[in-house]
Design a protein around this ligand. Sequence first.
Ligand code: ZN
Ligand code: ZN
Length: 387
Amino acid sequence: MPVINRIADFYDDMKEWRQDLHSDPELKFECHRTASFIIKRLKEFGVKEIHQGIAKTGIVAIIEGKKKGKTIGLRADMDALPLQEIHDHPYKSRNPGIMHACGHDGHMTMLLGAARYLAETRNFSGRVALIFQPSEEDGGGGEVMCKEGIMDTFSINQVYGIHNASDLPLGFFKTNAGPNMAAADDFTILINGQGGHGANPEETKDPIVVAIQIAQAIQTISSRNLSAHDPVVISITQIHSGTTHNIIPDNAFINGTVRTLSEKTKNLVKERVLEICDGISKAFKCEVNLNYHDGYPVTDNHKKETEFAVEVASDISGSKQVDGNGMPIMGSEDFSYMLLEKPGAYLHVGQGYGPPLHSPEYDFNDDLAPIGASFFAKLVEKAQPLD
Ligand SMILES: [Zn+2]
Ligand SMILES: [Zn+2]
């Protein structure tokens, strides 16, 4: 069964919602106008129970089925990115330096499309909790919504989310049971040496030499401390120091990100970065201050729920258009916090090949909206059937 016919009828409306959301992107927890837009649409669909102000601008809306039963959670993220849009289409961002470059405008639209259909048909038992979550890109809105108790408050017993992908064919679903997206930690290292004349290094404690040693030693964690079968990414993304050619500076600064797929590896990398900083600091008699920050955890898909979601995706796109054993992605997702609380799965769905996510040239493909909305709607009808 392809896209649900009734949802295909919403195509023009969904395109309009998506382009409207695209034109007025908001950052982090400040998704005020976005939330108003969603609430307005939900009310038009006849959704009565709408809870707003969760994680500041997040929303949980409940749609009741025709019979009593469990509650399934469906999540869409709401926030945009601090990026200047390049395209000049009629719905381009009107907020300078902010754009929907990750397709969250499309994610909200897909969930709204499913909401309209589910509110109209109600061919399911129990309830659906529509979770609109701010601050995915930065700030962990998913964690905040969980901390504010949405899973218990709304008795959500399983939860699902999808993300568009611009490196997969339109409508192609990809996921896997177990770690699906990486944990993302970051670190900063401040090296305090002692500067002086570039011609007399023997009178200094050169922080640049120390920064280089640390940066190189950190790269050996993946090659010397971890198995080739244990995926890890450690990227040093900033090194700053110095002002000119003949002054050895006092300080150097390093910044980087660590991506891992298990708690064990995550902890090992953290420990090794600490040991490397410690050892090199002693060897070079410089003070090295490490600030290691634990970011989003691993997005760990539950087996049974992943298999179920793969089945639903196959109903929509056909089994040849679904990969249920895909390779994990080293990007991260704060949907991970929801999966720590309740069983569920996260899937990636292709929108056709185009500019990558987070690029100023990216744009959500409106043709994906009915596919994603059908997937969400079918998940509900299949997980909580009437008989
Ligand atoms: Zn993103
Ligand atoms: Zn995203």
